[in-house]
Structure formats: C-alpha cells, structure tokens
Design a protein around this ligand. Structure first.
Ligand code: NAD
Length: 262
C-alpha cells in the first residue's frame, strides 16, 4: 500500500494566473507534475497554449484561458466560467507583475499607474475572485507573488516595492477573512530569478553581478526554484501555513554585512 504524500496535488484543480511565462509557467508545470489539473490563465493566450502543450507532453493535464487581471470584470468572469465547466478550483497562484526602474523624481503618473494597476490592483482582483471561488469549492490555497522588495529597497524601486509590500498586507488580510472558509493565503518573496522579467538585467554583467553578490548562495535562482516553494504552499504539506511570507531569496534578506572575523 502506498501512503499519499502531503506534497501531492492529486485531485486538485489549480489556476495559475501568469502561467504563460517565468515563475508562473514553472509553477504550472510542477503543479501538473504533482498531480493537479491546471488552468494556465494569462493575458497571452497563445503562450498559455504553448505551456498547456508542454504539460501534456510531460503527461499532465491542463487547459488555457485568457484573462487580464487589471480588469475586475475579466477576472470576475474567469472563475464562474471554470466552475460552470466542472472545475472546482482548490489552488490559485497569481504572478503578473511589472517594474519601472526609475527614481521617484523621474517617475510620471502614467508609469505609477501602470505598475500599481497590474501589481496591486490586479492582485486584488485575482485574490478576491479567486478566494471566493476556492471557498465555493470547499477551501484551498492561494499563493501571491511578492518580492524581497517588500522588505528592502534600492534607488529606482519605489513604486514596485510599494506594490510588493502592499501584496503582503493583502495576503495577510485575506488569510484572516477567508480562514473560516478553509482558504489559506500566503505570499512568496523571491530574490533574483532568471525569467523574461529580468532579461534586461541579464544583459548588463555589472548589474547582474551586483545582485549575485547580494545572495548568500552566490547565484540567481531558476524559475523552477520558485515553483517548488509555490507547490509546497499549495499542497496539504502547508496545511498549517497561512498569512505568511516565504522568502526564497538565496539568503539576500538574511544578512546585511560580509565581514567574517575568521
Ligand atoms: N523574476 C524575478 O527575479 C522576480 C523577483 C521577485 C519577484 N518577482 C515577481 O514574480 C512575479 C512573476 O515574475 P516573472 O519573472 O515570472 O514574470 P514574467 O514576465 O516572466 O511572467 C509574467 C506573466 O504574466 C502575464 N501577464 C502580464 N500582464 C498580465 C495581465 N494583465 N493579466 C494576465 N496575465 C498577465 C505575462 O503574459 C506573463 O506570462 C512578478 O509579480 C514579479 O514581480 C519576480
């Protein structure tokens, strides 16, 4: 007889918004490998379709859906639509985010609104519609993407950092509000991860090295290294974890100096 692993997502329907690229794609693929039926939801439906095809090649089950999380109506239609097709969402990962790296003095109103409307307002839409859907399914787990920038900053990160700190407080509040419905809500805080979002930094060796040197592990993370803690938070293995922030940052935020007396 095999005893089921608490890390398994077998029997779970998991919606990954932003699942067409980067951390979302890696999370969708690992969730499927862990036994979930996955909904790859993204603004880029063609790219979501390519992830679905990759999941099928890996022996998993997934469907693609188009959604724009900046629109409450678009997210509001996604979950009832899935439920009417027979899905019972038990897991939600929401990843879409954008950064405009400019000093506050140089950031105009349009740039401020572009970052806030995707990162903070979009996450708000995904969270409240997703939590309601998971509650209708009998409970589940939500993972929101924050960042080390919720805690520590540098010049040029002001608006992005504010949204990532805001996401932590949305996660904590949602954990309080939906606990009685059996819905857990947590935030994942990555450091630096090799994805299309950070491709701009990859092209500047001095910039990339500066970030590498901030980590204790001496390297950037792969998207797969963010998928594993995401799947953990989705799984029954994290059944007592809610309202928390999991830092998967290679040690970036653990230390503030490098002097070693030995
Ligand atoms: N990559 C890193 O180093 C890093 C570090 C810390 C935090 N994060 C956070 O992790 C999250 C994911 O980052 P990533 O590197 O995987 O990004 P990514 O750019 O590779 O993927 C983002 C996905 O979201 C989709 N998307 C964009 N706008 C959307 C919208 N309006 N509606 C629906 N889908 C939309 C994109 O099509 C894409 O598939 C972000 O919130 C980011 O801030 C990333």
């Amino acid at each position: 007889m095999t005893i089921a692993s608490p890390f398994s997502l077998a029997g779970m329907d998991v919606v990954v918004i932003g699942g067409a690229s980067g951390i979302g794609e890696a999370s969708a693929r690992l969730a499927a490998r862990s036994g979930a039926r996955v909904v790859v939801a993204d603004r880029d439906e063609a790219a979501a379709g390519r992830v679905v095809a990759a999941i099928a090649r890996e022996g998993g089950t997934a469907v693609a859906r188009e959604v724009d999380i900046r629109s409450g109506q678009s997210v509001g239609n996604l979950f009832p639509g899935l439920e009417s097709e027979g899905f019972q969402p038990r897991g939600l990962v929401s990843t879409p985010g954008v950064n405009v790296r400019k000093r506050l003095a140089d950031t105009n109103e349009e740039e401020f609104e572009r970052v806030v409307s995707l990162n903070l307002k979009g996450t708000f839409h995904a969270l409240r519609h997703g939590a309601a859907s998971l509650a209708r399914s009998g409970g589940g787990s939500i993972v929101l993407l924050s960042s080390i920038r919720s805690q520590v900053v540098e010049a040029g990160q002001g608006v992005y950092a504010a949204t990532k700190a805001g996401i932590v407080q949305l996660a904590r509040t949602a954990a309080a509000e939906w606990a009685a419905s059996g819905v857990r809500v947590n935030a994942l805080a990555p450091g630096v991860v090799e994805t299309p979002l950070t491709a701009q930094i990859e092209k500047r060796p001095d910039w990339k090295q500066a970030y590498t040197d901030k980590t204790l592990l001496g390297r950037w993370a792969s998207a797969e290294e963010m998928a594993a803690p995401t799947v953990f938070l989705l799984s029954p293995a994290a059944s007592y974890v809610t309202g928390s922030v999991l830092f998967a940052d290679g040690g970036w935020t653990a230390v503030d100096g490098r002097f070693d007396p030995l």
